[in-house]
Design a protein around this ligand. Structure first.
Ligand code: PAF
Length: 293
């Protein structure tokens, strides 16, 4: 029977009981409006540990002024039904005051990785993500926490936080789950107009075309790879590229050329909806999938 709690103390107690009984625990942090991508994280969590907790919390601290906090999709009933069917043991759905009591003033800033790519366009975003995950990790003390590779920079930041603060949690990345037309699944896809939804799969086709350049034996410049992506997107007038960059998959430092592996990461606006996506490229192979759970 799935347990639902809004209180951090109850969640803490449930996790502590499991630990005392000798169970391992995996946590899947989410902001709700769940889709198949989230469910793949839950399944990966269940394969790693014998208890699975999912948090549902639209974290205000990771949205800045003017972003889509107020219209972030919310489907609470449906989410609970899906999680129950997927075999989750506990859902933690706190309110803002549970997570950030009055007077809250402690923040986690993973300085090295937070300023580039998404961080350059969403000031404070990763500080909000790192802080809320740190609070969740403290509540649950999980053995494992599972995150999707679509938010590749978030994953790298959380791995670094866990390492730097010696939290002793295994961060498990899971592959991006795509719609049949290639669009990366995202809760924000629900906000797309029919025209934007029809054009949005061009993001993944652009990444695929750019990835083809990596398939040859020779070195290829980041400029050529990014140029190929931009060229593929240019006929799609509903889409505006915010950034497209080839970066080192671990440090997120920009690469001049693809010597071995590189992450081609992009953010694209479809109207007012911001979508992110990425592919991992390997010289001589093209797009590679190594983000096994
Ligand atoms: O990826 C998300 O949904 C959020 O950034 C997370 C990790 C749940 C933190 O609010």
């Amino acid at each position: 029977m799935m347990q639902l709690t809004r209180g951090p103390v109850e969640a803490m107690e449930a996790a502590a009981t499991w630990r005392a009984e000798g169970h391992s625990l995996a946590l899947v942090p989410t902001m709700g409006a769940l889709h198949e991508g989230h469910l793949s994280l839950v399944r990966a969590a269940a394969a790693k540990c014998d208890r699975v907790a999912v948090s549902i919390f639209v974290n205000p601290a990771q949205f800045s002024e003017g972003e889509d906090l107020d219209r972030y999709p919310s489907t609470p009933e449906r989410d609970l039904g899906l999680l129950e069917k997927t075999g989750v043991d506990l859902v933690f759905a706190p309110g803002s005051r549970d997570m950030y009591p009055a007077g809250f003033s402690t923040w986690i800033d993973v300085e090295d990785l937070s300023g580039r790519l998404c961080g350059a366009f969403r000031p404070g975003h990763f500080r909000g993500v790192a802080t809320v995950c740190c609070i969740l990790f403290d509540i649950f003390r999980p053995d494992v926490a599972v995150f999707g590779q679509k938010d590749a920079q978030q994953l790298a930041i959380l791995k670094r936080m866990v390492r730097d603060l010696r939290l002793g949690i295994l961060i498990v990345p899971c592959p991006i789950v795509r719609e049949p037309d290639g669009l990366a699944m995202s809760s924000r896809n629900a906000l797309l107009s029919p025209v934007e939804r029809a054009e949005a799969p061009a993001i993944f086709s652009g990444l695929t075309r750019a990835g083809e350049l990596a398939g040859g034996p020779g070195a290829v410049s980041a400029q050529e790879i990014v140029g190929r992506f931009l060229e593929a997107l240019s006929p799609h007038t509903a889409l505006k590229v915010q950034y497209a960059e080839l970066v080192d998959p671990d440090s997120f430092e920009p690469l001049e050329e693809l010597d071995s592996r590189g992450l081609l990461a992009v953010a694209v606006h479809a109207g007012s909806v911001r979508l992110i996506d990425n592919v991992l490229l390997e010289r001589g192979k093209g797009i590679v999938e190594v983000w096994n759970c």
